[in-house]
Structure formats: structure tokens, C-alpha cells
Design a protein around this ligand. Sequence first.
Ligand SMILES: Nc1ncnc2c1ncn2[C@@H]1O[C@H](COP(=O)(O)OP(=O)(O)OP(=O)(O)O)[C@@H](O)[C@H]1O
Ligand SMILES: [Mg+2]
Length: 357
Amino acid sequence: MTDPGERLRSSLAADQSSAAASGVGDWDSPIAMEALRATRVLHAADQEPFPAPGRIRVITIANQKGGVGKTTSTVNLGVALALYGLRTLVIDLDPQGNTSTALGVEHTVGTPSVYDALVGDRTLSEVVHPTTASPNLLCVPATIDLAGAEIELVSVVAREHRLRRAIEAHIHGLPADQRPHYVLIDCPPSLGLLTLNALVAGDEVLIPIQCEYYALEGLGQLLSNIDLVRAHLNPGITVRTILLTMYDGRTKLADQVADEVRKHFGDLVLTAVIPRNVRVSEAPGYGQSVLTYDPGSRGSTSYVEAARELAQRGATLGQSDRPGAPGPPGSSPAGALAVTEDGAVPARGTSRTQESQ
Ligand SMILES: Nc1ncnc2c1ncn2[C@@H]1O[C@H](COP(=O)(O)OP(=O)(O)OP(=O)(O)O)[C@@H](O)[C@H]1O
Ligand SMILES: [Mg+2]
């Protein structure tokens, strides 16, 4: 398996040689290196931007096991994508509202939230909030009202499709050059109606797996639920990414879990691994992502690497990568969302050729 320490060392070696080449003094000290890494993250806008995906990627971050890093990954991947130039919309679908907290977005009762779009008749555009992390990053917060949604939705028509329809209407209503490249949906730790809505709304699933004992427990149930959703509700949904979280290099167990996951899921597992890092867990207390709270920390740089990999994989995705989404010959598959060469994102069902005519 890829040793995250080795990854970090090679990135440091690259930093050191570029520092030496630029004639900057003694970069051997850990503090200087951390400062250099922090500068890179903080000045992400000056770095090469991440490549835009071939179509809008709606990624559902799910694992019904609690505390595995769903929220932390949604927040930090979202901030990294946004800092590196990609328009990103994060949707908090967990009544705990942790994503909203970590992004510093108001989510007290009464705040326009995802509940109003799911159960009420507000559009998503009416409940989107800006974030301080980046102008590229918007957030739909969750308030505690969402706790009742599981029950309230039961009697609603097309209850499993509410979020998908809200996202589609939102995207259609935006000019092409303002549409998000990425939509990340943070799920609660359950397989109820909220997670079902997220699986119907998404094109792909990202599963964070904590490098701990029992990490794989319950995964079979999640995967068979995804199969059921694919068979009955959303033919396009597929597990495209696995992210190893809270890796503790001091324990053999973390390596064993990581090996096991890689054996099982192969290329779906990102090479970047998120280490257990105290700065990651401190950041939400300040209403921040770790990238803005402590940009030079290992937690921050590993989330940047994971987001970079996600974006690089996304750049090669074509519209035909939505399995089971048929479309008329010569057009994009139904529901596919494309990105034009200038970074604008046409709505679902509009092919590149149609757009450029
Ligand atoms: N890489 C990390 N290093 C240290 N702590 C972490 C890391 N990732 C997450 N944590 C901490 O672990 C806890 C659980 O993480 P998080 O809330 O992201 O999980 P979750 O899957 O969203 O949980 P839930 O199922 O309750 O929604 C949080 O306190 C978080 O700050
Ligand atoms: Mg969470």
C-alpha cells in the first residue's frame, strides 16, 4: 500500500529542492517546511487550478457507520476544490448540521435550509448560503428541522426524488458559467429516507472508511442498498471513490485495514490517505476547514492531495460514464451534465455539441 509518510516525504523533498533552487535560506527546519506548505495551500489561487470535470459531478458522501469522517471529508474536499478554482456546492443533509458548523454557515432553527427545499416549497437557490472559505464554495445548511423530515417525507409524492429534483432545478436555473463543477452531499449516519434522497440525487458515491477495527462492518449493507437504488431509482449511481480516513501510521491495524480495503476495492481507493491529525478535529470548533485553520498541517495537505486526485480522475470522466443512463443516439445520456471547454457547465441532457452550436 502507499505509505502516506512516504508521500509526504517526497512532497517535502520537492519543496526543499524548489526552495534551494530559489536561494531561500535554511528550509531544513520542520517549521520552515510547514510554513512553505501553508503558503502553498493559502495561495492556492496562484497555483495551477484543478482540472474541471467532464460533467457536473454530484457526489454523495455516504457510510451509515457513524464518525468515519463523512462530514470532515465533505467539508475539506469541498474547500480544497473551491480554493483550487472549481465551483463547489456543499449540501448538508444531516440534521446534526456539522457540515454547516464547519463551514461557519448559520443553521439555527428558522434559517432557510435544505429542509425547506426537501419538505417545503423553497427552491435550492433560495437556501444556498455563501461561505467565508472561498467565493467558489456555497453551502446549503441543515437545521435541526431536518430531523423530522424522515417522517414528514413519507407522505410526500416522489419522496425519494425530492433532492434530485431540487438540484436539477437549481442547476437549470443558473447561467452555464455559474453552475457548480462539484456538488457534494453529506449524509447522516443511517440508511433512511435522507440518505436515500442523496443516493437518488447523486451520480456517484464517495465512501470514507476509517482505518480502524470494524471499519468494513456494515459496508456490505451500504453496497447492497446502492445496488437496490441503482436497480429501482437511479440507474446512474455508482461507487466511484473510497477515501481512507483517520490513518494512524503508528499502528499495524491501520495498515491492515488499508491493505484490506485496497485489496477489496482496488483503484476506487484514492492513493491519498487522510492521517489522524488533531488540527483536523480542532478546525470545526472555529467554524473552519483544516485548510483555512492550519493550512500547513498534515491534515490540510492530505485533503488537498485527495481533492487533487478526485479532480484529476473527474477530468477524464465523460458523459458516457453514467452507467445505465440511456439517451437518444448522438445526444448525451439522459441526466448527464457536461462542462464546456471554457469551464461553463451546461444543464443535464445538453451535449457538448449541442452547446457549442
Ligand atoms: N483525520 C482526522 N483526524 C482527527 N480527527 C478526525 C479526523 N477526521 C475526523 N475526525 C474527527 O472524528 C469525528 C468524526 O468525524 P466526522 O464528524 O467527520 O464523521 P462523520 O462520519 O460525519 O460522523 P457522523 O456519522 O456522526 O455524521 C469528529 O470529531 C472529527 O473532528
Ligand atoms: Mg457527519
